[in-house]
Design a protein around this ligand. Structure first.
Ligand SMILES: *[C@@H]1O[C@H](CO)[C@@H](O)[C@H](O)[C@H]1NC(C)=O
Ligand SMILES: *[C@@H]1O[C@H](CO)[C@@H](O)[C@H](O)[C@H]1NC(C)=O
Ligand SMILES: *[C@@H]1O[C@H](CO)[C@@H](O)[C@H](O)[C@H]1NC(C)=O
Ligand SMILES: *[C@@H]1O[C@H](CO)[C@@H](O)[C@H](O)[C@H]1NC(C)=O
Ligand SMILES: *[C@@H]1O[C@H](CO)[C@@H](O)[C@H](O)[C@H]1NC(C)=O
Ligand SMILES: [Zn+2]
Length: 450
């Protein structure tokens, strides 16, 4: 007995030593090696709630790391929505990169201690990519607030102009970083996302490009989900004391409440947020987090203070609206079923994933949900989404169809949306829709922010 007790003491001592200590990440810039070391340490220390993987390589062969955080980090679970943050796609916009490392640190060290964070991580799978453009970050020679090398990737392509565009042909050579992200978006059913930039202070929401049908004649370009996007941008901006003021940068920009429609600010082609919304069924906004693109390290603690509440509250929005599964009469989940809200049709219809799941981000209210199995009549259901509770779950509603999965060949085909300028097919499209003012402003503004 005595010997066993002694062994147990010894075991406890060992366990104590092996238990993760508070990571205490420092406030300085982490270059690729440091960042990798940090991510690997976190993945080791918190192996049950994290999963580290690389989604591909940069031009120079640097890994594009993603750390997944959550109760089930290694794979999707039915009912748990996928969320992501991507930073540093412009290599010289560095605040987001460090904020995401601090966010990782905060999430893993709060799990099991802070009930709110624990619930969030239990109910959400959070993907964090601190740098989409590691080559650009390493290429910055003399950090400057405005003019840096390193905005583009190693081939000097602006990655936020490098995605397929739904509004016009953008004949660009697609870069490895872009292709890696496009592939990644196909592997997960992302529901909500933000990409983190610098050079201004504003939360900007889709579209970034547009045509007459989306409001371009009125110098803006709106999605059918504009109420949700305004809410999302507002959720972020209203918790950041400087962003919400709208005019804190010395460049005469003024954004009421710290939010703006992307096109209304300035149009751009081939952006990542429009691509996410149109082709990946994922609502994404663009966050400009600092007037200075590459501020001094001493400022980093202030940025963390200003953004911490926003970063957390924004993730919670993945639980807005309604979610569920579509089944056949025998209870098999049905993939590729179109599930949309009447009057907010997406140009590439949003479809159930291989688990028959759908997620629709919606504000509280009454909606008609249109569930359409290809080749069958639409099935319309009125639903009421109750006022938001801090429940960490969207309103749940499953649908059952009186058919058999195996007998329906339509479901086997892969109905991916074509990569063409889809909006050109819209009735009111006209090539001459852009306000000519922008033709002069765009080349100037182009260089600087999102
Ligand atoms: C991981 O654990 C080690 C040893 O317990 C500790 O020194 C280190 O700070 C931890 N690192 C992180 C990133 O959590
Ligand atoms: C989170 O999940 C863990 C593991 O399933 C469970 O033990 C814990 O009670 C949950 N915590 C909260 C706050 O939901
Ligand atoms: C696209 O650009 C490449 C070279 O950059 C050119 O060879 C090709 O003809 C272009 N294609 C179209 C359809 O404009
Ligand atoms: C329901 O959705 C299908 C597929 O997108 C569409 O063809 C149909 O017009 C929609 N029906 C209604 C009443 O909105
Ligand atoms: C919270 O969510 C659960 C399951 O998703 C549901 O059963 C419950 O009624 C919800 N509670 C509130 C207060 O909305
Ligand atoms: Zn940018």
């Amino acid at each position: 007995m005595r010997a066993r007790a002694g062994n147990m003491d010894f075991a406890c001592l060992w366990l104590g030593l092996l238990l993760p200590l508070a990571a205490a990440l420092d406030f300085r810039y982490h270059h690729q090696e440091d960042m990798e070391a940090f991510l690997k340490r976190v993945a080791q220390n918190y192996s049950s709630i994290t999963h580290l993987h690389s989604i591909g390589k940069s031009v120079r062969g640097r890994n594009l790391w993603v750390l997944v955080v959550g109760q089930f980090p290694k794979e999707h679970r039915v009912g748990i929505p996928e969320f992501k943050y991507v930073a540093n796609m412009h290599g010289d916009e560095t605040v987001g990169r460090e904020l995401l490392l601090h966010l990782i640190d905060y999430l893993v060290t709060s799990y099991g201690k802070d009930p709110d964070i624990t619930k969030l991580m239990n109910s959400t799978r959070i993907h964090i990519m601190p740098s989409m453009n590691p080559d650009g970050f390493e290429a910055v020679k003399k950090p400057d607030c405005f003019y840096n090398s390193g905005r583009g990737n190693y081939n000097e392509y602006d990655l936020n102009r490098n995605f397929p565009d739904a509004f016009e042909h953008n004949n660009v050579s697609r870069q490895p970083e872009t292709l890696a992200v496009m592939k990644w978006l196909k592997t997960e059913t992302f529901v909500l996302s933000a990409n983190l930039h610098g050079g201004a202070l504003v939360a900007s929401y889709p579209f970034d490009n547009g045509v007459q049908a989306t409001g371009a004649l009125l110098s803006r370009s709106l999605t059918p989900d504009d109420d949700v996007f305004q809410h999302l941008a507002h959720t972020y901006a209203s918790r950041n004391p400087n962003m919400m003021k709208g005019d804190q940068c010395k460049n005469k920009m003024n954004f009421p409440n710290g939010i703006t429609n992307g096109y209304a600010w300035y149009p751009l082609q081939g952006g990542m947020q429009d691509f996410n919304y149109i082709w990946a069924q994922c609502f994404e906004i663009t966050l400009e987090l600092s007037c200075c693109k590459y501020p001094r390290e001493e400022k980093l603690p202030y940025f963390w203070n200003d953004n911490k509440a926003s970063l957390i509250e924004y993730i919670k929005q993945v639980h807005l609206g309604i979610k569920g599964q579509v089944f056949d009469q025998s209870g098999n989940p049905l993939p590729n079923v179109i599930v949309e809200v009447q009057d907010r049709k997406h140009i590439c219809p949003y479809r159930t994933n291989k688990f028959g799941e759908y997620y629709l981000l919606l504000l509280p209210g009454s909606y008609v949900i249109n569930v359409t199995v290809p080749g069958h009549d639409p099935h319309l259901t009125k639903i009421v989404i109750p006022e938001k509770s801090q429940n960490f779950s969207a309103f749940k509603k499953d649908f059952i169809f009186p058919l058999r999965r195996q007998s329906d060949s339509v479901l086997v085909s892969n109905p991916s949306c074509p990569l063409v300028p889809l909006y050109r097919a819209m009735p009111s499209y006209s090539a001459a829709t852009k306000p000519s003012l922008f033709l002069f402003l765009v080349p100037l503004l182009h260089m600087f922010f999102k």
